[in-house]
Design a protein around this ligand. Structure first.
Ligand SMILES: [Zn+2]
Length: 414
């Protein structure tokens, strides 16, 4: 039954966000300033808390020391899920997983299905009334809402996942005649409007990664088994992490992640000391430690929600976009995804900064995470070979024409 698959995926509860006092979002001009401010905040000494109490409380995102690019990429992903996924590349112990889990206290709200089978009004628009379960069809006809507001959740894909767990399959035990009710929803369907996190994505089987990337790119996918089929929405922000020391990712897969962040260990000694102190405070008394960031967390989550709403009004003028496209071409990047991601990320950045027009500075800030690791030597070699073959073919075609015309000429002479 569905219960067994729900258990196989980890959803983490998030701490109660206390009402803010003192510092509010008004204190900071933008999300960006807030993140920078919190990075240098010092903590008061904490008293020991009964350990085990706060196991489910994630380390506060804003309390992570340094790692500016990683934090920025993740925040921009929350603002604009259309950036097409974020890949965090780095060795173990660089706070990659901590950062992703800590996003929980910043996540905005979305409309979510009330139904066990995940029926959504969008499904009716796409596939007619038979696309949803009979109960929801009745509600829909009566003008009742099929959804209610809920927080974005973090869905973690277990490492040992099989394709069937990911896309779903047929529920053999049920005898209900409706297709929708006979299909067991996979992790992808439950990731709709959530974050999907895959730790060590490079260790996952290629066919599973492909299925996830396809669904993520299309925002929906269909489960088909013989005559039975059901379509699900799969609009999620994909976050993957990988340790390059433990296996590579195929270049084609690498290109399909919107942003690539190289996460390194902290270089500065004072940062490392700060990081140590914060981890120590968190271990000593997670609740009190988190409470010290409550105002900033509250302000940041309000800012993210506002930036999300502003995003659809943010545009990129031609005078800003054209030189950027030229730069992509100069770098020898073939993939159109390069500028799509670059522009979408810059739009999120402008929105987070309270503006509705992207400028060159925005593009510069987000360029490394959008453009790095885009040049594929495989593709370059492939294209060069293709061009060699093409020019060979062309010269052969020319001589083919010449021979013919010579023959013709000799024929006419005769
Ligand atoms: Zn339903």
């Amino acid at each position: 039954m569905t219960n067994s698959t729900v258990d196989s995926e980890k959803t983490v509860t998030q701490p109660q966000a206390p009402e803010s006092e003192g510092a509010t979002s008004d204190t900071f001009r933008s999300l960006r300033e807030l993140v920078d401010f919190v990075s240098g905040k010092s903590l008061i000494n904490l008293t020991q808390e009964d350990s085990g109490l706060a196991e489910s409380l994630p380390f506060p995102f804003l309390a992570i020391v340094g790692q500016r690019e990683m934090k920025l990429a993740l925040l921009l992903g929350l603002v604009n899920p259309n950036i097409g996924g974020i890949l965090l590349i780095g060795p173990r112990g660089t706070a990659k997983t901590t950062a992703v889990r800590s996003l929980l206290d910043l996540l905005p709200q979305v409309e979510r299905s009330n139904c066990h089978y995940g029926c959504l009004p969008e499904e009716v628009e796409f596939g007619g009334i038979s696309a949803i379960c009979p109960d929801c069809a009745k509600k829909y006809a009566a003008g009742e809402s099929l959804t209610s507001p809920d927080r974005v959740r973090l869905i973690e894909l277990p490492l040992n996942s099989q394709l069937e767990d990911v896309i779903g399959g047929i529920n053999e035990r049920t005898s209900v005649p409706h297709d929708r009710m006979r299909v067991r929803r996979g992790v992808l369907a439950r990731a709709d409007r959530n974050l999907l996190y895959i730790d060590e994505v490079n260790m996952l089987a290629d066919n599973i990664v492909d299925a996830i990337l396809d669904a993520s790119a299309q925002g929906r996918y269909t489960v088909r088994r013989g005559p039975i089929s059901a379509t699900y929405r799969a609009r999620f922000l994909l976050i993957g992490s990988m340790n390059p020391e433990e296996g590579r990712l195929r270049p084609q897969i690498l290109d399909r992640f919107g942003l690539r962040v190289i996460v390194k260990g902290l270089k500065l000694q004072n940062e490392r000391l700060d990081a140590y102190r914060r981890v120590k405070s968190y271990q000593t008394n997670p609740r009190q430690m988190i409470a010290q960031f409550a105002n900033e967390i509250h302000a940041a989550s309000k800012e993210i929600q506002a930036a999300r709403q502003r995003l659809h009004t943010v545009t990129i003028p031609d005078v800003v976009a054209m030189p950027a496209i030229k730069l992509v071409q100069k770098m020898g990047i073939e993939s159109l995804r390069a500028e799509i991601t670059w522009f979408e990320t810059a739009r999120a950045y402008a929105a987070a900064d309270g503006r509705t027009k992207v400028n060159t500075k925005d593009l510069k800030v987000v360029a490394p995470m959008s453009l790095r690791l885009r040049r594929s030597s495989f593709i370059t070699d492939y294209i060069n070979k293709q061009q060699d073959e093409e020019s060979e073919l062309n010269s052969l075609l020319i001589s083919l024409g010449k021979k013919k015309s010579k023959k013709k000429q000799s024929n006419t002479r005769k």
